[in-house]
Ligand binder design. Structure first.
Ligand code: GDP
Ligand code: ZN
Length: 453
């Protein structure tokens, strides 16, 4: 995979912007660009300089461009890199890329620039993955987590853990050479204390995944409640657009609809659901089952009630059912515009939020309550959060291996067994940052990138 041929791709999105950037990377990047560029001799210019000129295909002037030069190893990929800023025309871009290919470049594979950055040691694997997350981030929170990971916060912690383990591994392996003499270079008490300490850090990282995942992918919030209480209307109001279908006929929302909104920098994924009720309608029955499933998986439930349909006792019993799911929930009484004061007074007993989804009353208070319930604001953004399932799995395997080390010490097993489990732990830590990687793993990670990244 570690080719050093020169690759080319459009690095900016196709669309309506004014400018597009075509990126070349590889040993011949600058010489290839120089062959089609009319202006200064690019091969004689220093790194990190920008040059104006034209791109020519024979006598044909394809465009006036700016060319940025990055001389190896001071570039994103660690190779010679040229970025050509052109006018954003599909035709111009296509012609220039074809021209560069005719002069010896090759069309880049998805993620190949970042793959090269990884292979050339410009970043570790978790940082490369963070580049993809960063590009995909849609909220302040997800941006911050990705940025933290890309800048190496997570990598640094892992690096320290690895170094500590490697030190002990080497002491233990030294014992193997002296096995006849029954020496212990690595103090067992110290080793055990170190492993406990490392494991507590690893457990903390594993524990951060729930929060990290929520920040990266959005907080899943289910809007539940009986048919016609106003779930779809509330979702529309929250999204500020006519996304879900609103109607007076009970059970119109047959399937679940999801959409995202950004509240104070935190992404919430709202899930509208079919009403909770028993039904003979087959399609709708499926919807109800899915609703219960979604409610169980949600991070937060908005339970919407409508006193026009149900009295206080009924609402209380519905709320009791929701409470059994053990998912944080907010009880919201809708259609406050239709309520009489004595109804409001009776309902105060269940401490709901009163809103009118239709008239947009109480919606800001509801948003604040959602933020309060997910409790992400106490989050210290300097904390490293694990957001990637691959990383969590590797951390869990590391933890298992370290538990075996601890048991081994307790049972006074021989050094060779301890060494084996420590190596296992190191192996799994190395999988995260890429000290240990296979072509399949790299393929799997980088093929999810877009071309040009
Ligand atoms: P769902 O079945 O729970 O999704 O309920 P819908 O959102 O489809 O709403 C059912 C009916 O209640 C519609 O006619 C809405 O216009 C109406 N509705 C929703 N919110 C309010 C509200 O705050 N006040 C009043 N008066 N009607 C509402
Ligand atoms: Zn609905």
């Amino acid at each position: 995979m570690a080719n050093n041929d020169t690759i080319v791709a459009l690095a900016t999105a196709t669309g309506n912007g004014a400018i597009a950037v075509i990126r070349l990377s590889g040993a011949e990047a600058i010489t290839i660009a120089n062959q089609v560029f009319k202006g200064k001799d690019l091969t004689k210019q220093p790194s990190h300089t920008i040059h104006f000129g034209t791109i020519r295909d024979g006598d044909d002037i394809l465009d006036e461009v700016l060319v940025s030069l990055f001389v190896a190893p001071h570039s994103y990929t660690g190779e010679q890199v040229v970025e050509i800023s052109t006018h954003n025309s599909r035709y111009i871009i296509e012609r220039i890329i074809q021209l560069l290919i005719r002069h010896g470049a090759r069309a880049a594979q998805p993620g190949e620039f970042t793959l090269r950055a990884f292979l050339n040691g410009r970043m570790d694997l978790s940082q490369a993955e963070a580049v993809a997350d960063l590009i995909a981030s849609t909220s302040a929170a997800s941006h911050q987590v990705a940025m933290q990971q890309m800048r190496g916060g997570f990598s640094n912690i892992l690096k320290q853990l690895r170094e500590q383990l490697i030190q002990f591994a080497s002491l233990i392996e030294l014992e193997l050479d002296f096995s006849e003499e029954d020496v212990e270079f690595a103090n067992r008490g110290q080793l055990s204390a170190l492993v406990v300490e490392i494991n507590s850090i690893i457990q903390k990282l594993i524990g951060s995944f729930e929060q990290g995942n929520v920040l990266k992918n959005g907080v899943p919030v289910v809007i539940a409640g009986r048919p016609n209480v106003g779930k779809s209307t509330l979702l529309n109001t929250l999204l500020n657009e006519e996304r879900a279908i609103v109607s007076d006929i009970a059970g119109t929302t047959r399937d679940t609809i999801e959409d995202e909104i950004n509240i104070d920098g935190v992404m919430f994924r709202f899930i509208d659901t079919a009403g909770i009720r028993d039904t003979r309608d087959v399609i709708e029955a499926k919807g109800v089952a899915r609703t219960r499933e979604k409610m169980r998986q949600a991070r937060l439930i908005i339970y919407l009630a409508d006193p026009q349909q149900d009295d206080r006792a009924e609402i209380e019993s519905q709320v009791a059912e929701v409470a059994q799911l053990n998912v944080p929930f907010v009880v919201v009484v809708n259609k406050v515009d239709l309520l009489k004061q004595d109804q409001v007074d009776t309902l105060l007993a269940i401490e709901p939020l009163f809103i009118s989804a239709k008239n947009k009353v109480g919606v800001e208070e509801l948003k604040h309550e959602l933020l309060r319930k997910v409790n992400l604001h106490n989050l210290d953004m300097d904390d490293v959060l694990v957001t990637n399932i691959r990383h969590v799995e590797a951390l869990r395997k590391t933890e298992d291996a370290l538990q075996r080390v601890l048991q081994g010490i307790d049972n006074a097993v021989t050094s060779d067994f301890l060494a084996m489990d420590i190596r296992q732990a190191l192996h799994h830590l190395g999988e995260i940052t890429g000290q240990v990687s296979t072509d399949d793993l790299l393929d799997n990670i980088f093929s999810k990138f877009c071309i040009g990244k």
